[in-house]
Design a protein around this ligand. Structure first.
Ligand SMILES: Nc1ncnc2c1ncn2[C@@H]1O[C@H](COP(=O)(O)OP(=O)(O)OP(=O)(O)O)[C@@H](O)[C@H]1O
Length: 235
């Protein structure tokens, strides 16, 4: 579904991320692991069409019967509208910081992707709040719930429009062990149910392995801090 070949982005004089090859198929789940500062979040932001790569031999998204979309071409043409449409239609992104809109209730945050797409799905928001253990908190603003509850609301929002590609940056980082297991279970089962591709960044390799995710390593090394993600190194 998502394929990257020789995609690179230099962040500063001492750091360049180079994705030699990465591919994820519908229904497949991959965890990107690696040391702090090795480029995991940068990699996810490139996959999300948020950060523009300096070069991309191949950077494509291919969903079901639709024609393949070259994200590399959209960037090349500076087609911001095209990238925005692609993100709205196909992408669910759980940010490390949650990224909820502070002045909207949890329920309105979760329903936001559906509203932006002009879709009405009565019951969908409630179903997600319930699935993520947020029943009864829908009317609260993000600042009036715990960090872990915010994280789960962010996950519910990413799932709302049933995206084909689900990206998550440390979705369990602010959760206790039991909640982390629960959220991982929900994330992977939701992705499987929707036949979505899931790519998540995590420090917790064991948690990812326990939940059946393929492991891709973001390795750092070399004098320039060159970072290479290569999913052929997976186990
Ligand atoms: N906005 C930015 N501008 C310039 N450099 C950045 C920016 N964000 C991150 N970097 C640099 O890019 C490199 C990779 O950072 P990134 O956040 O992708 O790593 P990470 O593996 O996700 O780290 P962590 O596990 O600590 O979250 C680091 O050297 C970092 O200092």
């Amino acid at each position: 579904m998502l394929t990257l070949d020789d995609v690179a982005l230099r962040r500063d004089a001492s750091f360049e991320l180079v994705v030699r090859h990465f591919a994820v198929a519908p229904g497949e789940a991959v965890a990107i692991v690696g040391q702090s500062g090795s480029g995991k979040s940068t990699c996810l932001d490139i996959m999300a069409g948020i950060l523009k790569p300096d070069r991309a031999q191949r950077f494509t998204f291919h969903h079901a019967e639709d024609a393949p979309i070259s994200l590399a071409d959209l960037w090349q043409r500076h087609d911001r509208g095209g990238l925005r449409n692609w993100r709205a239609r196909h992408l669910g992104y759980v940010l490390q910081t949650g990224g909820l809109v502070p002045f909207l209730s949890l329920a309105d945050n979760v329903g936001l992707p559906l509203r932006l797409l002009g879709r009405r799905e009565p019951g969908r928001v409630q179903e997600l709040l319930q699935a993520l253990g947020l029943d009864g908190l829908g009317r609260r603003k993000p600042r009036h719930v715990s960090i872990g509850q915010r994280q789960r609301a962010a996950l519910a929002r990413a799932l709302a429009a049933r995206p084909a590609l689900l990206l998550a940056d440390e979705p369990t980082a602010s959760l206790d062990r039991d909640s982390a297991e629960t959220v991982m279970g929900l994330l992977t089962s939701a992705a499987r149910r929707e036949n979505a591709a899931l790519v998540m960044v995590t420090h917790d390799r064991d948690l990812a392995v326990r939940h059946g995710l393929r492991i891709a390593t973001c390795a750092s090394g070399g004098a320039l801090g060159l970072s290479v993600l290569d999913d052929r190194e997976t186990n």
